[in-house]
Ligand binder design. Structure first.
Ligand code: ADP
Ligand code: ZN
Length: 724
């Protein structure tokens, strides 16, 4: 008689609602969480054995068998719960969330082994020759070598190694291709903390190993938040647990890794899109088996399969880079708190300009708030002043007001550095023809083409389309008639170089060729005082410490306030408080100058008065009155398609077919802020609900009963969209 067949549910990385059923071959051992390879249609995919009962409605004869179980720790129960939770929250498919966990297929196979040569402790050759002593010098520090590597480095032939092997001085064995990372050392002495920092650190350390608790460190720029949560990381390591630190900008990793090394003796593992695949695979494995103790990474690190995670830090928690907009739209800050809640460990959010959501959560007692109101170095906070561009602005065609130019001059005379901030890449945001009025427009998007003079191109910032800057107008064919309208960082640099020909000027912007490596190099130049004037986009607003920087000039403080987004005020406040906070970090006497046409605008006023509480109180009140997050709940449906009128028609039918539910308001359809992206027309519906309503349940009900999209139309749900 044969055994009854075992059938299990397996979550596969496709956009379906649940798991599929698979047969388990008789000689195979699986349990929930086991990572497996299974056939799926004509393909083979990687999935995980899931919880719950297999679907019994399918005829077992039609079921396929699991092909292979990977020799890697199964996905733990808490992570499985988390995956299901994130899927339910975002209305995504659990298989697509699982895909974020199993990202690197390479990681599932054991690493190739190399034959390695290693010194046997305490052994010495019976007779030293010059060749042998060269080999001994190289092996005595405990490092393992490949045979050709060692022979080559010592400049000897392979037979010398054979001789030492025979004597038992060296052994040859199979070794992993790369040695494991050394562990961070939590017992090294940290920096001497200020009393305030110490108090904050104690609060965090007390929470380690005691289950879930959420903290918000609200500390001014330079208050030493990093040093504070490093203490919590040390405590976590002493408690034999792993720690994850999320940072928003991979261009910042280098400086951060150096600071970590100063504190813990070694660099932590890095996790982001620019880490080479082999290293990422190693990190994934090391995280899963517990060998890797600390990871510093971008938002995607949140889905790493930690063996025993004991602390999660979200630095610069307000940053919009934590929001993923495509595939599974999620906010890593919020999902970090959920992960801590499900797995039972503390989560620390840190920022000088916390999000309104986190401020409210702290006010309501959901998060424990720790305030650091002073800079750790004792330096004073910068003084912020406005320049009223209506009366004190620059001459026509120029962008810097005389008062700002004066301050720049003085700062340079004192041997300090200046940062001019403008959140606009390229040379000019719009190019038009003086003769016929033709404007350069992207063919795929509703956006102007931005001139990048360094590259000699007109570029679309939304889809990447580019064309060379033509020498005549494509419309009226007149030569020399194209004009650049408005400034980007490249144009400011041109003005600055003309005004201060002696100064060393540097443009820092994420789109310059050379990528992260170049940015790291240039940040270092600024840090070392090799640059006098930096002209930068939001890249420079984040996290960096520039000891000599004492003046920050904001070229256009009104820029972010112009669009109709209800979060624009918060964004602008955060960005400008952060960027002016770069001034005088270490030695004090920093100054911030805001060029503005609206000195009475509430955000600008709060910045000028140096009183963030004023801003938060007003913003929280207006959100509460409007029922906006975090007081109400919000979801956007983005409906996109290749044909404008069909897409609009479908959006309308979706709106008409929305279920009625107490207190839920449906707005739209309206054209999305970006109405055309990569050749797809976009409309948006917005659902606003009181907190008491199960918004996800409402949306699920809506999407399952509404008409189904056809003709290449897609509907994407974004729960808690960042712009609305
Ligand atoms: P934040 O993240 O709050 O902006 P950082 O942790 O980056 O602040 O610290 C700001 C600067 O102050 C850094 O240069 C750091 O080395 C320095 N710093 C931090 N703590 C201390 C301390 N206790 N004493 C002196 N300097 C400190
Ligand atoms: Zn485009």
């Amino acid at each position: 008689m044969c055994e009854p067949e075992v059938i299990v549910p397996v979550l596969v990385p496709v956009a379906v609602a649940g798991a599929y059923s698979y047969k388990v071959p008789a000689d195979m051992d699986v349990r929930p969480g086991s990572i497996v390879r299974v056939p799926l249609g004509p393909r083979e995919v990687i999935g995980a054995v899931w919880d719950g009962e297999p679907d019994t409605k399918v005829n077992p004869k039609k079921l396929k068998s699991i092909l292979h179980v990977y020799d890697t720790p199964p996905i733990a129960e808490d992570l499985r719960k988390y995956i299901d939770w994130v899927a339910a929250w975002t209305l995504g498919a659990p298989g697509m969330v699982l895909r974020m966990v199993l990202r690197s297929e390479e990681a599932l196979e054991p690493e190739a082994l190399l034959s390695g040569v290693r010194y046997i402790d305490g052994m010495q050759p019976d007779r030293m020759t010059p060749a042998r002593s060269k080999v001994m010098e190289l092996v005595e520090n405990g490092m393992a070598w490949t045979r050709p590597g060692l022979a080559g480095a010592a400049g000897v032939s392979s037979s010398v190694i054979d001789g030492l092997k025979k004597q038992g001085v060296l052994e040859e064995a199979m070794l992993p291709a790369t040695p494991p990372l050394p562990d961070p050392d939590p017992t090294l002495p940290g920096r001497k903390l200020t009393d305030l920092q110490q108090g904050a650190a104690n609060q965090l350390c007390e929470a380690i190993g005691k289950g879930f608790k959420a903290f918000l460190i609200d500390g001014v720029t330079g208050s030493g938040k990093t040093e504070v949560y490093f203490e919590a990381v040390a405590e976590t390591l002493k408690n034999n647990e792993q720690a994850l630190i999320l940072i928003p900008e991979i261009a910042l990793t280098n400086q951060f890794l150096n600071r970590f090394e100063e504190r813990f003796g070694v660099r932590p593992a890095e996790w982001h899109s620019q880490v080479p695949p082999k290293r990422r695979a190693r990190t994934w494995r090391g995280v899963a088996n517990g060998e890797v103790k600390v990871v510093v990474g971008a938002r995607s690190a949140l889905f790493l399969p930690f063996h025993r995670l004991g602390l999660l830090v979200v630095d610069e928690e307000h940053d919009t880079a934590y929001k993923q907009d495509d595939r599974v739209p999620y906010n890593a800050r919020d999902m970090a708190v959920v992960r801590g809640h499900i797995s039972g460990f503390p989560v620390v959010l840190a920022s000088a300009t916390p999000s309104v959501e986190s401020q409210v959560n702290a006010k309501l007692g959901r998060y424990t708030k720790i305030v650091l109101p002073e800079r750790a170095s004792g330096a004073e906070m910068p003084t912020i002043k406005g320049i009223d561009m209506r009366c004190d602005g620059p001459e026509r065609g120029k962008w810097l007001a005389p008062a700002l130019i004066n301050e720049i001059q003085q700062t340079l005379t004192n041997g300090n550095q200046v940062l001019l901030f403008l959140n606009r890449r390229g040379y000019a945001p719009l190019t038009l023809c003086r003769t016929c009025g033709h404007r350069f427009h992207c063919e795929n998007c509703s956006a102007w083409l931005v001139e990048h003079r360094f590259k000699g191109k007109l570029v679309c910032h939304h889809c990447g389309y580019s064309q060379p800057v033509p020498d005549k107008c494509p419309e009226c064919s007149k030569p020399d008639t194209l004009v650049a309208c408005g400034p980007g960082v490249e144009r400011i640099a041109e003005d600055v170089s003309a005004l201060f020909p002696e100064a060393r000027v540097l443009v820092l912007s994420s789109d310059l060729p050379g990528g992260t490596e170049r940015i790291n190099r240039e940040m270092k130049l600024v840090e070392e005082g090799e640059v006098d004037i930096v002209i930068g986009t939001q890249l420079v607003a984040k996290g960096h410490n520039f000891p000599l920087m004492t003046l920050v000039g904001v070229v256009d403080a009104d820029l972010g306030l112009a669009n109709g987004d209800p979060r624009a005020a918060e964004r602008t406040f955060q960005l400008l408080a952060q960027v002016t906070g770069r001034a005088g970090r270490i030695h004090g006497k920093g100054r911030g100058l805001l060029q503005t046409y609206n000195p009475d605008q509430p955000v600008i006023k709060a910045l000028l008065s140096g009183n963030p509480e004023e801003f938060y109180a007003a913003e929280i009140e207006s959100r509460e009155n409007a029922g906006l997050p975090p007081f109400g709940r919000l979801a956007a449906l983005i409906i996109s398609g290749p044909d404008r009128s069909l897409t609009e028609k479908f959006s309308k039918s979706l709106a008409v077919n929305s279920p009625s539910s107490e207190g839920v308001q449906i707005l739209g359809p309206a054209e999305a802020a970006m109405a055309l992206v990569r050749g797809r027309y976009r409309f948006r519906l917005l659902a606003i609900a009181p907190r008491s309503v199960d918004l996800q349940g409402f949306l699920r009900n809506w999407l399952s009963t509404a008409p189904k999209p056809t003709g290449g139309i897609r509907v994407q749900v974004d729960v808690d969209p960042q712009s609305f």
